[in-house]
Design a protein around this ligand. Structure first.
Ligand SMILES: Cc1cc2nc3c(=O)[nH]c(=O)nc-3n(C[C@H](O)[C@H](O)[C@H](O)COP(=O)(O)O)c2cc1C
Length: 187
């Protein structure tokens, strides 16, 4: 199969990581792949914050936990049960103890369209480099925490996309998940 198509099909949401850090050059290569995503009028309305130091990641995970617990408590019964079971016993069910958390911080009218493409480029780059990744929406809920907001330097009008967690997968890459059959009208 074409290597790009292979990377797309073999990317998986990874939720278990080793403690091994990611080299700075590798992180930079992944951010650079994000930077090469297309954007409306090439405005590139985003910046990145990378949490890779163990001390800040510990602070981040601790701050995020109450927001996650509240989010979980408000889910419908079946979703809450599924996610509680999936994440049972995890010390960090938000960022999954990943070696790096990348906040893509967007601003402006096209950020909602542009920034998810940055995120996907980074997840594909990570997979191509043998690293796991996952978009963790629940990791963005901490944006209102004063200490985290200050650390991210979040300004009025800025919004978090992702964050994207990155790390060395503990159990390799699971086989591709299923997808619905193509729903397409050919004209
Ligand atoms: C916008 C978005 C938000 C997501 N948020 C979370 C999350 O908060 N926690 C989590 O464990 N996975 C999260 N995921 C991962 C999805 O659950 C996962 O991509 C999906 O189940 C498909 O599995 P796959 O990525 O392995 O193909 C998110 C994915 C996307 C695209």
């Amino acid at each position: 199969m074409n290597p790009s198509l292979e990377t797309i099909k073999n990317r998986r949401a990874i939720r278990a990581y080793t403690a091994q850090p990611i080299e700075r050059a590798t992180l930079e290569a992944i951010l650079d792949a994000g930077r090469w995503a297309p954007s409306a009028m090439n405005r590139q309305p985003y910046r990145f914050v990378v949490a890779a130091s163990p001390a800040f990641r510990r602070q981040l995970a601790a701050a995020a936990r109450p927001y996650y617990d509240k989010w979980l408590a408000n889910l419908a019964d079946d979703a809450r049960k599924r996610i509680s079971e999936r994440n049972a016993g995890m010390p960090d069910p938000v960022y999954y103890s990943a070696a790096a958390v990348v906040f893509v911080i967007g601003n402006g009218p096209t950020a909602e369209l542009d920034c998810p493409m940055v995120c996907e480029n980074m997840m594909l780059a990570a997979r191509a480099l043998g690293l796991g990744s996952c978009w963790v929406y629940t990791g963005s809920l901490v944006a209102t925490d004063p200490a985290i907001k200050a650390a991210l330097g979040l300004q009025e009008g800025e919004r978090i996309f992702g964050p994207i967690i990155l790390g060395h997968p503990q159990d390799g890459f699971p086989p591709p998940t299923t997808r619905q059959p193509l729903n397409v009208r050919w004209l």
